[in-house]
Design a binder for this molecule. Structure first.
Ligand SMILES: NC(=O)c1ccc[n+]([C@@H]2O[C@H](COP(=O)([O-])OP(=O)(O)OC[C@H]3O[C@@H](n4cnc5c(N)ncnc54)[C@H](O)[C@@H]3O)[C@@H](O)[C@H]2O)c1
Length: 440
């Protein structure tokens, strides 16, 4: 199907060196969880935005005004398209003439090591279109040194220009927390950095048009590492309460009360809650970028990361052990039992099922021969774990389950119906309170 593309207003690129202030032609490479909200916001403040995306299906959906991420509604997207200043495209010729380019592509792991191929490809793609005075920013989460040692050199080689001399180059980590109703792109302070002073100013000048407050880092490595610290901090603290939850269960102590009691201290404590494991694009991956870099550069082990990985990776298996214990108490084998999983995405009110711990729970149960059904109003059908049937949350479905397991507590789920009809529940999110509910 051919889709008509909105015309794009070509603006003049500031010539010569120096900071390009005000609005301009912005290329955002990657229109996913990070790139799309940035594109929509940049259009909102007056920039002309080329949302460059390799996934043709995503491009088509964006052009039709159909958002595929939670934080951007179809109305937000249509408003951006209606300005005539947002062009989702997979056509590389549209990259020409940018004043600012921002790279928001995935940074996964490959065999436990950072896979920077998406960043490298994006740099190769942008380099021929890079002009004197333009600014290029990397936003993808990565280990310190990536901007200066990997990304910049590819841009230099492909453009014949030099970072910090002919064009500005910097790093600005994304802090988006999908589904967070309080902190979004605009009101979350944004760390900005450049490979030299002029680059730092150019990066800040762009983000000052987009967010309420920018925080200048002394250099790009500090900005790169700050992002890894933020996510490693979260990963380690979740591992801490997860391990505590396991021991509390064995000791007969309610871990949720313990956490709440500790959180009554107004200083020196930050509340993290246990769960079935970690998921999404960040926590299962980013800390490993840090430990990989420490091992590579210093030959040492980042022990906190290793321990946190170990604890959090084992949580889905632990949840299955608790499910099997439930069934055992009813003199049932997992094989042939009906298990209803509630919430398959990696966290509440998110449609993101990437690396979700629910996948590990479902896979193990299926391997054990259980009949696994799931309730999740947010998950895309093609993200369903294999051999799991998506069902409606009806009294019959709930009552017909040998055990109900809460893995993600979306607001749309009818919690009262679950409480009233479930015989046995394992709640890993502390959402339910009734009798017969076993909490993690
Ligand atoms: N999702 C989050 O909550 C979050 C938060 C902070 C930081 N980050 C980081 O931001 C980066 C992007 O994450 P995301 O969640 O947006 O990923 P995503 O998979 O949702 O989106 C990335 C998009 O980039 C596209 N892409 C890949 N290579 C491309 C190329 N060469 N040209 C054009 N498009 C290309 C992919 O098709 C995909 O649509 C990652 O480094 C991630 O760690 C993510």
């Amino acid at each position: 199907m051919s889709v008509e593309r909105p015309a794009i207003e070509h603006q003049t690129v500031p010539s010569g060196d120096g900071v390009s202030a005000g609005v301009g032609r912005v290329v955002i490479v990657g229109q996913g969880y990070v790139g799309l909200p940035l594109a929509v916001r940049a259009v909102e403040v007056g920039h002309t935005v080329v949302g460059f995306e390799l996934d043709k299906d995503r491009v088509d959906r964006l052009r039709r005004g159909q958002s595929f991420i939670d934080d951007i509604t179809d109305d937000d997207l249509r408003a951006a398209l209606d300005t005539g200043r947002y062009l989702p495209t997979d056509d590389a010729t549209e990259l020409a003439g940018f004043t600012t380019a921002v790279v928001c592509v995935p940074t996964p792991l490959r065999d436990g090591a950072p896979n920077l191929s998406f960043i490298e490809d994006a740099a190769r793609l942008l380099a021929p279109h890079l002009r004197r005075g333009a600014c290029v920013v990397l936003e993808s989460t990565t280990y310190p040194g990536t901007t200066e040692e990997v990304f910049g050199p590819i841009l230099d080689a492909g453009s014949g220009l030099r970072a910090g001399v002919d064009y500005q180059l910097g790093y600005s980590p994304e802090r988006i927390d999908p589904g967070n109703p309080t902190w979004g792109l605009q009101n979350t302070p944004k760390i900005v950095s450049g490979v030299d002073d002029e680059s730092g100013k150019a990066v800040a000048a762009f983000y000052d048009t987009v967010v309420d407050r920018t925080v200048a880092a002394p250099g790009v490595r500090e900005a790169e590492l700050a992002k890894l610290l933020e996510n490693t901090f979260r990963h380690v603290n979740i591992a801490l309460v997860n391990e505590l939850a396991i021991y509390c269960h064995e000791l007969g102590i309610d871990v949720w009360s313990v956490v709440d009691l500790a959180a009554s201290k107004p200083f020196g404590f930050m509340k993290f809650t246990p769960g079935p494991g970690v998921g999404g694009h960040c926590l299962p991956i980013d800390p490993s970028y840090l430990s990989w870099q420490v091992r590579r550069a210093l030959g040492r082990t980042f022990r906190f990361v290793e321990i946190a990985n170990d604890v959090n990776d084992n949580m889905p298996g632990y949840v299955v052990t608790r499910i099997v214990e439930h069934l055992n108490r009813r003199r049932r084998a997992a094989n042939g039992s009906r298990v209803l999983l509630v919430g398959l995405t990696y966290k509440r009110n998110s449609g993101d099922a990437r690396q979700s711990p629910a996948t590990g729970v479902a896979r193990r149960l299926v391997d054990l021969g259980a009949e696994v059904r799931a309730v999740d109003p947010r998950i895309a059908v093609d993200e369903l774990p294999a051999n799991v049937e998506l069902v409606a949350c009806t009294p019959e479905v709930v009552a017909d389950s040998d055990v109900v397991v809460v893995l993600a507590d979306h607001d749309e789920i009818d919690w009262q119906l679950l409480e009233q009809n479930a015989d046995r529940v394992l709640d890993t999110r502390n959402r339910l309170t009734g009798t017969g509910v076993d909490r993690l």
